[in-house]
Ligand binder design. Sequence first.
Ligand code: FMN
Length: 326
Amino acid sequence: MPELKKKIKFIIDRFSMIYEFWRDYCNYRRWNYNNPKVVTRAAQESKILRQTHMIEKGMSLSEPRKGFGQQKIAVLFEMMDQYLKMGYPSDGMPFQDAIIVLNAYVDMQKGLGYENAAMVEKLKTYDTYRIDGLTAGIKYDTRANLMSNIDKPFPEFFYSRHSMRQFESKSLIIEDVEKAIKIAQKAPTACNRQASKVYLYKDKATNDALGELIAGNTGFQQEVPNYLVVTADVSAFYDTFERNQVYVEAGLFSMALVEALHYYGIGSCILQNGEYYKKNKKFKEICKNIPENERIILFVATGYYKNEFSYAMSLRKNVEDVFIVK
Ligand SMILES: Cc1cc2nc3c(=O)[nH]c(=O)nc-3n(C[C@H](O)[C@H](O)[C@H](O)COP(=O)(O)O)c2cc1C
């Protein structure tokens, strides 16, 4: 291609990139659920699911705190009332999940010697909406039971992985992680470019520093022996239409990774990377060897399963809600 043509194409590409990122920005600004204009059922349900999950997460820790989460529960009640006021159906899975988890919370807290009478009264007002037969909240399990699933047919194996927020204290054996990563590498990638990488830090100081900065590990930070840092290489992609490929690739890779870790007896919990420029810079400072062209997509809290533990059940939506056939 003659030089001038190349230059013109380069300039057009740059403008196209700005335009597409601008459209992304407009779309996200319009539809993120913090925008008061977003009053869809899906948005209200997402709010309820997230708030409920904070409670079940707190319940799934090694030592749940007496009376934890009262402020969060008050907010959840507001969300539930708002949801009903908007005329959305009370038999929706997120609404039911909230009722069941909150009831489980009350039972658990009673066991710890805590009761907030006003909260219990408020919760009772939702009894009329409760559908029998659903279970949610936390489940107590054993390592032996969990691992009995690893050689079972795929559905049983797949259902047996849960995000873990309790771990044995010993550090991961590098060879175990390597075996899991080798399996995760079988995840599909765009044109086989394999842009994902995993960083593991053997020293306690780096793991502690990561634990301090990561936002989603509150309450179990002190129990995580190792964090995996999953990155994807931006320079594996070439055009504006590939701008989100790093997230797709690392997402698929991470899914395969947590399943493979589970297969080798390693519990895990994916942790979101709060995508702020300044915070990312701090993460990169801690993870000294991650080059600029790699983006940190997420973290994985990892450790061997304890003999006995509990986990959040994280109830799933009905399949009809996510599989639409027309
Ligand atoms: C992208 C992503 C980010 C997540 N971030 C967090 C987090 O910050 N803290 C946390 O405790 N769990 C986090 N999780 C775990 C989810 O809470 C968990 O996957 C969900 O509740 C479903 O439960 P399950 O993995 O046990 O099936 C994250 C999961 C994903 C996929």
